[in-house]
Design a protein around this ligand. Structure first.
Ligand SMILES: [Zn+2]
Length: 115
């Protein structure tokens, strides 16, 4: 048996029952006391997983940001509609400046949460 053969057990495709055999490639990387091909070297496997995880994290962050933007937009539209209704209801009585300030402060609070 060639001692410098890759140590990874790989699944044999095409058989109904899961069957594994040692990777057919030559071992070119010595890690953890065993030989591995370039694909199955633990450091290469970890590097691929880390790269995929980084990509997943970036995608997750992007989706989260998009969801926050959508929620913020909905909240802002709702607040503006409430304000418009409030102005329409109260304008017949004449709005007081402090009432307008209160409504503007409310909108400014929402604006601070802009994503
Ligand atoms: Zn291999």
């Amino acid at each position: 048996m060639n001692e410098k053969r890759c140590s990874q057990q790989v699944r044999v495709k095409g058989l109904g029952w899961p069957t594994y055999q040692t990777c057919a490639r030559s071992g070119v990387v010595l890690e953890d006391g065993k030989w591995w091909c370039k694909q199955h070297a633990p450091s290469a496997v970890k590097a691929r997983r880390d790269k995929a995880r980084t990509k997943d994290d970036a995608e997750w962050a992007k989706r989260r940001k998009e969801n926050l933007a959508v929620k913020y937009h909905d909240r802002l539209v709702s607040a503006l509609l409430n304000l418009a209704e409030w102005v329409a209801r109260n304008s017949v009585h004449g709005l007081q400046p402090d009432e307008c300030d209160e409504a503007l402060l409310c909108l400014k609070d929402i604006a601070k949460e802009a994503p």
